[in-house]
Design a protein around this ligand. Structure first.
Ligand SMILES: Nc1ncnc2c1ncn2[C@@H]1O[C@H](COP(=O)(O)OP(=O)(O)OP(=O)(O)O)[C@@H](O)[C@H]1O
Ligand SMILES: Nc1ccn([C@@H]2O[C@H](COP(=O)(O)O)[C@@H](O)[C@H]2O)c(=O)n1
Length: 243
């Protein structure tokens, strides 16, 4: 069930929803756009990754829904919404780097396919936005435009051609074989897209295709969509303008 006020900005921060496949630029572009707006930034994939990390640390089978639910039982998750100081913690452990390890990336889809986990995660995401203390939060993931915040005033599907996404990811992971990196990325998209649809834009969702754009051009394209969608008070007369 969705919170009827989620994303409207009436009772809390404005929510900007961004979805897209692996390597489309969701986290890097959202983080930079949030900085430019003074907004918070919420990386929802980090929650699924941290839970996968927790399960692996405990030696649990991440393809077993019962084991995954067990791992979620004492899961003490915390994340920064500050785009300038990003961190992720499980209990006292800083897992910001550890959740990017290939073993976690391989396991995360198994964790994310468990319906009970998704329900709890979505409630957590809405609570984090509501308590952010920011005028707005850019929330990125796979089902933000459709499930977490379908009523958000700005909803974007950020995409790029599969070979371009694979090349960008491969450029980050220079110690790994490029073909293996591309195969892992496409395998994860195939698995994740059986659970939620982030490859086609739902009605009302704006597509930003970064295939032919560089990073800054993509940030600007996303900011254009946000500014077009969010009216804010800019004068003491109460006149409405855009960011
Ligand atoms: N328009 C762009 N042009 C060039 N490089 C880009 C562009 N957008 C993003 N990148 C780079 O592509 C890589 C992947 O981006 P990022 O990690 O933000 O993707 P993502 O969608 O969050 O991926 P994942 O879902 O796997 O976490 C990063 O190195 C980022 O700097
Ligand atoms: N809204 C979301 C966000 C993420 N997932 C799952 O988490 C994995 C990691 O996400 P990244 O954005 O860090 O790559 C992703 O592969 C999905 O399995 C999700 O299901 N819903």
């Amino acid at each position: 069930m969705t919170d009827p006020s989620a994303g409207t900005g009436i009772d809390g921060p404005v929510l900007v929803a961004i979805d897209g496949p692996a390597g489309s630029g969701k986290s890097s572009v959202s983080k930079q756009a949030a900085r430019r707006l003074g907004f918070g930034y919420l990386d929802t994939g980090a929650a699924y990754r941290a839970l996968a990390w927790n399960a692996l640390e405990r030696g649990l089978d991440t393809s077993d829904a019962v084991a995954v639910i067990e791992a979620a039982g004492d899961f003490d998750f915390a994340i920064s919404l500050d785009p300038d100081t990003y961190w992720v913690r499980v209990g006292a452990v800083d897992v910001t780097e550890a959740i990017r390890e290939p073993r976690v990336t391989e396991a995360v889809s198994g964790v994310a396919r468990v319906a009970a986990i998704r329900t709890s995660a979505n409630a957590l995401f809405r609570a984090l936005v509501a308590g952010s203390g920011r005028p707005g939060v850019i929330v990125e993931g796979r089902d933000i435009t459709t499930v977490v915040a379908p009523d958000a005033p700005v909803r974007i599907l950020l995409t790029a051609a599969p070979e371009v996404r694979a090349a960008r990811r491969s450029a980050e992971l220079t110690t790994q074989d490029a073909a293996a990196v591309a195969a892992a990325l496409h395998r994860r998209d195939a698995s994740d897209s059986t659970v939620v649809d982030f490859l086609t834009a739902a009605p009302g969702v704006t597509v930003v295709d970064s295939t032919a754009l560089d990073f800054e051009q993509t940030v600007d394209a996303v900011l254009d969509v946000i500014r077009a969608g969010i009216p804010v008070q800019t004068s003491q007369t109460g006149a409405s303008d855009v960011l």
